[in-house]
Design a protein around this ligand. Structure first.
Ligand SMILES: [Fe+2]
Length: 265
């Protein structure tokens, strides 16, 4: 067994019941740089929107990874009945109701037991859904990131919720915003972008949305965090979008949820 220092974590978020995207991510991640991954860190929103909530949960619960960490997301909370859908737009609320009706009882109970972030994934590393300061806070810009970066009780936090892949960092009073620059190849291919993490800097890192990207790139997003190399590599992988869309339509879920997977918006 590898020691802690050589640990590689597959960091995923916002799967949203999209089994086809999750399966593509797991397959690509297993072959990443020949090293695969040791652990999975799931940042929440396993369910809601997509047509395969039970299958997504079953897949992660059956993972052979050494450790699988989960943080609950706002859709997980609503879909298992811990919160109401007040504040959701009508499409999200309809999808949450459908998901609640279709979750198997044991998976509903499993969702109810998911921990609220932040949780400590390692020394100085947190996993959260929205922000280290509040699980439902959106961090979509450096303006949003600045206070959490300064106040979080760790040097690194992985977060999701916005479905936007990238990183925010600060060092003293200076700051940086890093969105992956996928300059080579095409969107029909797997692409990657590595960010070296500087000692003494603080980072908020979003692996992007697995099952419903919103940054204009339809491919499933994820990241591999390499503790010993002190780097995070962002990935995008194609998946069978048509199959995911067909399942959404066959389930009677709103057309908008199928259509948006084509554009990644
Ligand atoms: Fe989400």
């Amino acid at each position: 067994m590898k020691d802690w220092q050589s640990m590689r974590a597959l960091v995923i978020s916002d799967i949203h019941g999209n089994l086809h995207a999750l399966e593509a991510v797991l397959k690509v991640a297993q072959g990443c740089s020949g090293s695969g991954f040791d652990e999975i860190w799931n940042l929440g929103d396993l369910v809601g929107y997509g047509a395969h909530p039970n299958e997504v949960i079953d897949t992660l619960r059956a993972s052979p990874a050494r450790r699988v960490l989960h943080v609950r997301g706002n859709h997980d909370r609503v879909c298992c009945g811990l919160s109401s859908s007040q504040g959701f737009n009508p499409v999200a609320a309809l999808a949450a109701l459908w998901t609640r009706q279709h979750l198997r009882p044991e998976n509903r109970e499993w969702l109810r037991a998911l921990p609220m972030g932040p949780i400590e994934a390692g020394r100085g590393v947190l996993c959260v859904h929205g922000s280290p300061l509040h699980e439902d806070q959106y961090i979509a810009s450096m303006r949003d990131a600045w206070i959490p970066l300064r106040r979080m009780p760790a040097e690194v936090a992985f977060f999701g919720h916005t479905h936007l892949q990238g990183a925010f960092s600060c060092r003293g009073e200076s700051w940086s915003e890093d969105a992956p620059a996928y300059t080579e190849g095409s969107r029909d291919e797997v692409q990657q972008f590595t960010l070296a993490m500087l000692a003494g800097s603080r980072y908020l890192i979003n692996p992007g949305g697995v099952g419903q990207p919103r940054d204009g790139d339809w491919r499933a997003a994820f990241a591999i965090y390499d503790q010993s190399e002190r780097q995070v590599t962002f990935y995008r992988t194609p998946y069978d979008v048509a199959a995911a869309q067909g399942a959404i339509r066959a389930a009677g879920l709103p057309e908008r949820l199928a259509a948006r997977l084509t554009t990644g918006r």
